[in-house]
Write a protein that binds this ligand. Sequence first.
Ligand code: PAF
Length: 282
Amino acid sequence: MTRPLTCHTILALCEQLAQWRAGGASIGLVPTMGALHDGHLSLVRATAKRADKVVVSIFVNPTQFAPHEDFDTYPRTLDTDRENLADSGAADLIFAPGGGEIYPPGFATAMHVDGPALGLESDFRPHFFGGVAIIVAKLLIAALPDIAMFGEKDYQQLLVIRRMAADLGLPIEIAGGPILREDDGLAMSSRNAYLDAEERKVAGQLNLVLKAAIARLRKGDAIREVEVTAETALKAAGFDTVDYVAVRDAETLATIEDLAHPARILAAAKIGKTRLIDNMAV
Ligand code: PAF
């Protein structure tokens, strides 16, 4: 079992990585907000197949939460995360900075991404991608990994990060790892822990509604009609609010009228206080 080292400062991280690099090792980075589940661990294992040393960052990033969102209650489980990463045998270093290390007093820089960041999540969480872009840019610049791996559950986030890294000229492969699902198909997420037993049953319907929508799209039903039917089905299944069900170009997230190019169906819906997202290739 590899017990990962832990660094709390950017300086300590850079020093350790410089040592590994000097020995010829390639570096992989898996940015997370902790509360690690099997989905995260699968990303860590996948990264270990692509890089000699794997860094997992754990930081609940305040700038990607709006004031009314769950920053304060977001699960923080560093000790368990450390054990799970040690058991995985795939992580070499945990980077767990404090808030002041990432956002020192006087911090005054913001980022704005257009392109894949427009619409969908941004319509409901306008602060989100600016916060994600700044933290991920800081992590990428600090670690300068050969590869950084992100889960496809946050599909729009993956495309936004890819855009941002390309626009900044960062010579880093931004890779996506497939969504891991529970037995009923619910996409694994740290936020699933918020669901009570009743809500958990409803949550399991999200992936089924998306699968049914994909079946209709493949039969040739009109995209707009399928989106509307899927939203209605989610409400009927017990979701309190449906933010969107949208069929988009899989590479750009642009609105599409047909399936001439690879497409992705993406959805966000709320049960009680818990907001869930999911997506699938069409
Ligand atoms: O997907 C997440 O867990 C976060 O948005 C990320 C990429 C670690 C940035 O805080």
